[in-house]
Design a binder for this molecule. Structure first.
Ligand code: NAP
Length: 266
């Protein structure tokens, strides 16, 4: 019988990526989790090498073996890579936390469908601070109703390929949920083609890609005589890794279903 004091066995997919490395490090440092496997591509220079800081655990591409000995898997990669991992996770009945962003609607529907078979937490941002910020934004939107013009500005490093960020979209969705409106109808992603004034209920998205900015999000609620800014800045990638590991430990004990960071932080 499993003691509740035992550490949670967590494996990490795309463990050689920027986030993958932060997360393996976070697990190795944690007194609540054990690193059970670290996956990478067989062509990667780290393949078969020992994960730094671990007790002799090599990077591997044997997903089935790694997933079977884990209580949960964490994946920050690419949508196609995450979807292939989900198929394996279903076979091994391993819950999966997905931090990957940039899913198309069709790809996300596959994630939703898979969550009938295993617990899945999908989080475009696993930082606890960002998720508290989203709660604050939803509260502001509910209290302001349609009085405010809303703009969302996000900045990320030059390597990021999807835009606007999954977090910016999530913030837009939180505002629309709180005001019973639809982001599909309100979102404005570009303004240079159309010559028109903004509609009162437009939610404008602005995107900055530069240097090594980790991740910054600002939501502006502009009223006629005052402006509210709600802002979050990630200082480093540790905030995402820390939140992901805490949420993965929680997810390992959940039933099948699709969860968000909001479910975890309550
Ligand atoms: N949820 C959050 O809080 C959060 C925070 C930051 C980033 N993200 C998202 O997490 C994802 C990864 O970000 P990152 O900054 O870590 O990117 P990254 O450094 O480019 O890492 C991507 C990882 O995916 C692996 N990969 C790429 N193609 C693959 C394939 N065909 N098969 C297997 N593995 C493959 C890469 O392997 P190689 O090393 O072999 O190329 C690498 O390990 C992005 O979607 C990003 O937007 C989410």
């Amino acid at each position: 019988m499993q003691s509740q004091h035992l550490k949670t066995a967590i494996c990490v997919n795309a463990a050689t990526g920027k986030m993958g490395q932060q997360i393996t490090h976070q697990i190795i440092e944690s007194d609540k989790a054990d690193l059970s496997a670290a996956f990478c591509r067989s062509g990667h220079p780290y393949f078969n090498k020992i994960v730094r800081g671990s007790t002799n655990l090599p990077y591997t591409n044997d997903l089935s073996a790694g997933l079977s000995m884990s209580q949960v898997v964490i994946d920050f990669s690419l949508p196609t890579v995450s979807l292939a991992l989900i198929d394996k996770a279903i076979e091994c009945k391993t819950p999966i936390l997905i931090g990957t962003t940039g899913f198309s609607q069709e790809q996300f529907q596959l994630v939703e469908k898979a969550s009938q078979q295993i617990p899945i937490l999908w989080a475009p941002n696993t930082s606890i601070g960002v998720n508290v910020t989203i709660s604050l934004i939803a509260k502001a939107a509910a209290q302001l109703g349609n009085q405010a013009n809303v703009e969302i500005i996000e900045s990320h490093h030059k390597h990021k390929v999807d835009a606007p960020s999954g977090t910016a979209l999530k913030m837009g969705e939180a505002i629309c949920e709180a005001t019973h409106t639809s982001l599909r109808k309100r979102a404005v992603f570009q303004r240079h083609r159309e010559k028109r004034q903004r509609k009162d209920d437009d939610i404008g998205f602005s995107v900055i890609r530069a240097g090594e900015i980790i991740g910054e999000h600002k939501v502006i609620f502009a009223l006629d005589n005052e402006v509210i800014n709600i802002e979050h800045k990630a200082q480093n990638r540790r905030c995402f890794a820390e939140g992901a590991v805490k949420a993965a430990i929680w997810l390992a004990k959940q039933k099948n279903g699709l969860y968000s960071m909001q479910d975890f932080i309550g």
